[in-house]
Unconditional design. Structure first.
Length: 100
C-alpha cells in the first residue's frame, strides 16, 4: 500500500495543476512519514523520492513543501538508502528546495 501511495502521488505531481492540492491535502506529510519509516526499501523509497523531486520542481510551492518537514524526510532517504534511484531523486529534491 505504501508503494501505491508513493506511485500515485508521484504520478499526480507530474501535472502542475495537482501540486497545490497534494500540498494542501496532506500529501507531503504522507510522503514524509513513509520516507522516514521505510528509507531502505527501494520499492517504497523510489516512488517517494520521485514524488519529492517532482513536487519540489515547482518553484511557487517549495517553501510550503519545506515547511511540511520534507527536508528531514529527504535527508533520511539520503542517509539510509543504498538505492541509486532513490539517492538521485532525493538529492534533486533537496537541491530544488535549497534554491529557495
Amino acid at each position: 500500500i505504501l508503494r501505491c501511495i508513493g506511485l500515485t502521488l508521484s504520478r499526480l505531481a507530474m501535472e502542475p495543476s495537482n501540486v497545490q492540492r497534494i500540498i494542501f491535502e496532506s500529501g507531503i506529510s504522507a510522503l514524509c512519514n513513509i520516507a522516514v519509516k521505510y528509507p531502505t526499501i527501494p520499492g517504497i523509497s523510489q516512488p517517494v523520492a520521485s514524488a519529492f523531486q517532482l513536487l519540489s520542481s515547482h518553484q511557487p510551492y517549495r517553501v510550503s513543501i519545506a515547511a511540511e518537514g520534507s527536508v528531514t524526510a529527504i535527508a533520511s532517504l539520503l542517509l539510509s538508502s543504498a538505492d541509486m534511484f532513490t539517492l538521485q531523486h532525493s538529492l534533486l529534491a533537496l537541491c530544488n528546495l535549497l534554491c529557495e
